[in-house]
Design a binder for this molecule. Structure first.
Ligand code: GLA
Length: 427
């Protein structure tokens, strides 16, 4: 479903939109840049949980995320001068930056901004490059307050949610509607440029394509996707926030990505000797059998990285079959197998995430669990029989702090929908 435009009733707004509206009134509405009496624009977009298919997106394989019903919202108004005035409720901070073409393409002006402002600026820069900015006579600039209930830095893609919300806000200000995956790609570029990490397309794609009650099976090579109903009535999906802050920049993310590229470069010649003209452009093109025949020619660390990606692609497709069959037990077993592979072969887990998965294993009624997202902190995902949720929560509360030396938090996941924008009356 593309972003939809309507005049929102207050009750139809997600809580972060109401929080952003209150912050707008308090921190931005009095500024000279805002004309009194105008109605406000609101846009929001969801964070994501990834059911399975981890570190496969940039290897052009498959991912299976869901959008969450947790969102980041922007509420604001256009302004005639080419400046963005932002207020972040989470960071309790106001920031302004110039939006002229000259300013947006000047990297030095990005370097002085905090990440959250870079994401919004990066989206505007990408829209400029696509010639898809709001009309200058209406919105050369804008002011907007930002609020969200996607935990920041927790591995539920608050940054992608903010980027997609910013792109949707641009649409609210009159920018041309773009196809959802084009929005995802421009947000991916905005993120890469803002953080200096070569992230894949999964997070913004999940936010752009979200559909209530469904997971999104995305082929990251063709960008063909299909919706898979998540119909497990007695089961719940939950995420456990380890409270180990994860920052992409420090997770060895770029290193993993280049190790995958090295593995492909080393394997391609032997595979092509066997089958001339076979195309081997990424680990997506390599099978478990290929690795069994030629894996031993790789340095051990590259073999392990490749083995994770190749097996994770197979697990993702198997998980889709399990989901379609309503087979929670198989789905859960695939989650545990994914965790072992991410921990042992891809080496992106950490003791705290491992502790959560071990506690899950020891709790009757938990069918599967694994670390989720880039790794080294953030959230673990678990699939649980609904009636076992309270026991799991008690067990985590009792054991996680002992094993991890800190408190975590369990949240049940509800699957959310696509980005939206609307107009609201100014209070
Ligand atoms: C982060 C990136 C995604 C993806 C995951 C790992 O969330 O932003 O593109 O690579 O890590 O699956």
């Amino acid at each position: 479903m593309p972003a939809s435009h309507h005049r929102a009733r207050q009750s139809a707004l997600p809580a972060p939109a109401r929080a952003a509206q209150a912050a707008y009134t308090r921190h931005l509405a009095t500024g000279a840049h805002t004309r009194r009496g105008m109605s406000l624009h609101v846009a929001w977009a969801a964070g994501r949980a990834n059911l399975i298919g981890e570190h496969t997106d940039y290897n052009l394989g498959w991912v299976l995320p869901v959008a969450l019903d947790r969102v980041i919202a922007l509420v604001g108004a256009p302004s005639p001068e080419p400046v963005a005035h932002l207020y972040s409720v989470h960071h309790r901070r106001a920031i302004s930056f110039a939006l002229t073409a000259e300013a947006l393409t000047d990297d030095a002006q990005q370097a002085i901004l905090p990440y959250w402002a870079r994401y919004v600026r990066g989206v505007w820069r990408e829209l400029l490059a696509l010639d898809a900015l709001p009309p200058l006579d209406y919105a050369a600039g804008f002011s907007a307050a930002i609020a969200g209930d996607v935990p920041v830095g927790g591995g539920l893609s608050s940054s992608a949610a903010l980027e997609v919300a910013a792109a949707t806000f641009a649409q609210a200000l009159g920018a041309p509607a773009l196809p959802p995956l084009m929005v995802a790609q421009l947000c991916q570029r905005a993120e890469q440029q803002s953080v200096g990490v070569r992230v894949g397309i999964m997070d913004p794609a999940a936010s752009c394509l979200g559909r209530a009650g469904h997971a999104i099976l995305l082929d990251c090579r063709s960008l063909v996707y299909e919706y898979v109903p998540v119909n497990l009535p007695d089961l719940a999906l939950a995420v456990y926030d380890t409270r180990v802050p994860h920052s992409l920049a420090s997770t060895g993310y770029n290193e993993r990505r280049s190790q995958c590229e090295q593995a492909v470069a080393l394997l391609a010649p032997s595979l092509q000797r066997e089958t001339p003209r076979r195309e081997i452009a990424s680990l997506r093109d390599i099978t478990t059998d290929d690795l069994a025949r030629h894996g031993a020619t790789l340095p051990d660390v590259l073999l392990r990285r490749a083995r994770h990606v190749v097996s994770e692609n197979a697990r993702t497709l198997a998980a889709v079959e399990a989901l379609r069959a309503g087979d929670g037990a198989t789905f859960g077993a695939l989650l545990y197998a994914s965790h072992a592979s991410l921990r042992d072969d891809y080496a992106v887990s950490c003791p705290e995430l491992d502790a959560v998965v071990e506690i899950a294993r020891e709790t009757p009624g938990v069918l599967g669990a694994r670390m989720m997202g880039a790794g080294f902190g953030g959230n673990a995902l678990a699939l649980i029989q609904r009636q076992a949720l309270p026991a799991f929560e008690r067990r985590l509360a009792a054991e996680y702090p002992q094993r991890a030396g800190r408190e975590g938090v369990l949240r049940v996941c509800h699957i959310g929908g696509a980005p939206q924008f609307a107009r609201i009356a100014q209070r």
